[in-house]
Design a protein around this ligand. Structure first.
Ligand SMILES: *Cc1c(COP(=O)(O)O)cnc(C)c1O
Length: 396
């Protein structure tokens, strides 16, 4: 091990199992380690660097803002926050945006808003939120309680009361757990950490209908699949269904820590001055980077590229599946969030890819997940595929 790895292991909490690689530089879909070895990055910091590493527009916007003003409190207005809020409102279902710093914080805000809204409009006892099995919403107590995977909750009980989990993509199961105390249904339009699970359009429409009939809020967690990842600006656009509240983070500011909660005007009014806040939320440098990201997403052909590259990649992967039917169970993808479900543990495949200069990820033990930059070029998709194919060929 080298000095940096040693120091990190010695002095930081052991919350991550890291690869023995120290990264020092990134550009587009590539990163380099401290030995000068080049890697093709098909993880993008877990769907954060959607425009690739150090995108010139993001670098320029952040640098310019850094020289002007780094931070002020939210007692004051700043131009970058105003601009990003307008861009998000103009290009989504929402009227109002609350800025924070991470996905968990955005979901925490959404959960608080749902409760506050019900306190004001219905009944303080109406605080239950139904979430999906296999979901991931974050690591704070509310978002951990919302998360529908026991493995993340173990040892932290008692959890926050008021959460129920039902099977994803099953409208009958969902209808069964809705009661007079249900305030909201919260789900990822496509589950990321849960293994790239894509619900049917029918399910999503039925959930919306159920929420309308029972006056229940619908919350979409687009922390991973928003901001162009699926080939649309927001994943809900694929389903023709709009939420009442949506959360964003990961790719929102091109690599800077940012989160946002979005809602319609009436619901947003339940957060009045003093009810919720964040010291760093809406930080000018972060917001300036976010403005650059949004402009890139709405005024270039990057979303079309994402859809086209996603189709190209999935077609190749389906050919690989034909060749290895015993090992590859299913290919799932929307734009450039792609999952390859295996019949075997994926950990060794990820390691072999890393040795060959390809960074990918494995979630839920058996699902290889690919999250390349959405402006990735065809050569790099093919490059990734060739590495993967050689790993399969040379024995698993
Ligand atoms: C990553 C993720 C979160 C948590 O975001 P953090 O920034 O790590 O708090 C929440 N929801 C989804 C869907 C995610 O993918």
């Amino acid at each position: 091990m080298n000095r940096i790895a040693d120091l990190t292991e010695k002095n930081t909490f052991q919350t991550y199992s890291r690869y023995p690689v120290t990264l020092v530089r990134g550009k587009g879909s590539r990163v380099w380690d401290d030995n000068g070895k080049e890697y093709l990055d098909f993880l993008s910091g877990i769907a954060v660097c959607n425009l690739g590493h150090c995108h010139p527009a993001v670098v320029k916007a952040a640098q310019a803002q850094l020289e002007k003003l780094i931070h002020v409190s939210n007692f004051f207005y700043t131009e970058p926050q105003a601009e990003l809020a307008e861009l998000l409102a103009d290009n989504s279902f929402a009227d109002k945006i609350f800025f924070c710093n991470s996905g968990a914080e955005a979901n925490e805000a959404a959960i608080k808003l749902a409760r506050k809204y019900e306190h004001e409009h219905a009944d303080p006892n109406r605080f239950e939120i139904i979430t999906m099995g296999g979901s991931f919403h974050g690591r704070t107590f509310a978002t951990l309680s919302a998360t529908g995977q026991k493995k993340f909750q173990k040892g932290f009980e008692p959890l926050l009361p008021g959460f129920q989990h039902v099977a994803f993509n099953d409208i009958d199961a969902l209808k069964e757990v809705v009661t007079d105390f249900t305030s909201a249904i919260m789900l990822e339009p496509i589950q990321g950490e849960g293994g790239v699970n894509i619900p049917s359009v029918k399910f999503m429409k039925e959930v919306r209908q159920l929420c309308d009939e029972k006056d229940i809020l619908l919350i979409f967690d687009e922390v991973q699949v928003g901001m162009g990842r699926t080939g649309k600006l927001f994943a809900y656009e694929h389903f023709g269904v709009e939420p009442d509240i949506m959360t964003l983070a990961k790719a929102l500011a091109g690599g800077f820590p940012a989160g946002a909660m979005l809602a319609g005007k009436k619901i947003a009014e339940s957060f009045s001055p003093g009810t919720h806040a964040s010291t760093f939320g809406g930080n000018p440098v972060v917001m300036a980077a976010g403005v650059a990201v949004m402009r890139e997403l709405i005024s270039t052909d990057v979303l079309d590229n994402c859809l086209e590259m996603g189709r190209h990649f999935c077609a190749k992967l389906n050919n690989l599946k034909e060749e290895y039917p015993g090992i590859i169970k299913e290919i799932r993808g929307k734009g450039l969030i792609v999952g390859v479900e295996l019949n075997i543990d994926g950990k060794e495949i990820v390691k072999s890819c890393l040795n060959r200069g390809l960074i990918i990820n494995c979630t839920c033990d058996t699902i290889l997940r690919f999250l390349p930059p959405i402006n990735v070029m065809k050569e790099d998709i093919d490059g990734c595929f060739n590495v993967l194919e050689s790993v399969f060929k040379e024995g698993l």
